[in-house]
Design a protein around this ligand. Structure first.
Ligand code: ADP
Length: 255
């Protein structure tokens, strides 16, 4: 049976672009009310005044779905809790969380300073902790929650220039392992997905021929499964868009 999310409220972070946008559109098309989170401002040079999150909300509404935009910076706990409070006030609960916001600051380790390391950890790992923390008690009290964390093959195998990103993504797997166990008896299921798709994060790493095959939308069904009623828990899922998944990208000098 097709997956549906009617009556469910979802937060997708980093949903103004790429994977998060595709996931937000997918969840809304299947009946979820979606908080489209992205801290990005209006794009320069487009002449438009909408933020990326607001444009995605427009897309969802045009397709008949329900969504609200939220500009919280996931690395600020106060902003994250305010987002969760807003959603709960408006729609009653937060049932689904897709933690997807992210940045890159690639540099070979010799050139990477403490700020480059801390900033990436702050958005990916600490930000994910904040998002999970903000929805956790509500999910456990209502005996329903589905959380999917976007991780990366970089966190499992490592990529050149990504000591910060790889450490953050490996940390997210560690977080998932514990939350999955601690949430189990309250029907809160937690998984990670390690996607390979063409996004702003991969466009500098992969050749154009590969990118052309790798639409973010192709990852969304895997995310929908991990957020569904029948989701497993404590899974590290890999998902590839196109005819192949890139398992390992490493030796790129020059960062
Ligand atoms: P991907 O599609 O691989 O996730 P993108 O760079 O296309 O990569 O999307 C990541 C999104 O996360 C961007 O739209 C970016 O604005 C957003 N983002 C980055 N940092 C934060 C943050 N601290 N809080 C909220 N959103 C963020």
């Amino acid at each position: 049976m097709a997956i549906r999310f009617d009556g469910r409220v979802a937060i997708v972070t980093g949903a103004g672009n790429g994977l998060g946008r595709a996931h937000a559109l997918g969840l809304a098309s299947r009946g979820a009310k979606v908080v489209v989170n992205d801290f990005g401002g209006a794009r320069d040079g487009t002449g438009g005044s909408l933020t990326p999150a607001e444009s995605v909300v427009e897309e969802i509404r045009k397709a008949g779905g329900t969504a609200m935009a939220d500009g919280a910076d996931v690395s600020k706990f106060g902003q994250v809790t305010a987002m969760v409070e807003r959603a709960t006030k408006e729609w009653g609960s937060v049932d689904l969380l897709c933690a997807n916001a992210g940045i890159l600051r690639d540099k070979s380790f010799g050139k990477m300073d403490v700020a480059d390391f801390a900033k990436v950890l702050d958005v990916h790992l600490v930000g994910t902790f904040y998002c999970c923390k903000a929805v956790w008690d509500g999910m456990r009290e209502r005996n329903y929650g589905r959380i999917v964390l976007t991780t990366s093959s970089s966190g499992l195998f490592g990529n050149f220039g990504q000591a910060n990103y790889g450490a953050a993504k490996a940390g997210m797997v560690g977080l998932m392992n514990v939350l999955a166990e601690e949430g189990r008896k309250n029907n809160v299921r937690v998984n990670t997905i390690s996607p390979t798709a063409a996004t702003r994060m991969t466009e500098e790493l992969l050749p154009p021929q590969a990118l052309a095959l790798m639409k973010p939308e192709a990852i969304t069904p895997a995310v929908e499964y991990l957020l569904s009623e029948d989701a497993p828990t404590r899974t590290i899922m890999g998902a590839g868009a196109g005819s192949f998944a890139v398992i390992k990208i490493i030796e790129t000098e020059g960062v």
